[in-house]
Design a protein. Sequence first.
Length: 205
Amino acid sequence: MTEKETSLVLSTLRLAYPHFYAKLPPKAIEATMALWHRMFAKDHYDVVMTALDHLIPHHTGYPPDIAALRKQIDDMTFAAAGEPTDEELWQMLKRAASNGYYGAQEEWAKLPPILRRYLGVPGQLRELAQMEESVLGTVVKGQFFKQIGVLRERERFDRETPEEVKALFAASYKRLPEEASPLTPEQINARRNEILNRLEQPRKD
């Protein structure tokens, strides 16, 4: 989206949630628009607005945030492309696990790549098959929805990120010795700023 289109998106939100945005000072509005433009700059305006139109009726009192809108866009994109949503992936996994004790290999072969990546090895289906239904439907389900989102983000990063940017992240990551202390907030900040500074440097032809 262009900055003008981002402004139209936020204007829609301000009309739908006037009380929420009335509390924000002008500088906060400007910062919000800059953030939303950065988050959705690569998305098509019509896609964003269609997703927003689906979200607004279900959010009373407060506007949908960036994460909610991104999830809605992803769900609609998966549907348009014929890819399964997170809920559909969970149902696939449950069906595979129900026959996973004796048929782990056969069920594994039927699963889409993202579920095979989630499980790691066919033997995980056998372990899921032995779990009580109450545990599978609560603890395991909750873990699944958290982890599948991470896997989707990794796939998106790999698909959309230029190789030179991936190299910058890889170069900035250094494993610490086991006895070393975790990075302090200041060290994390410094590493992040180093990446950003390198990204902002003009490219050499």
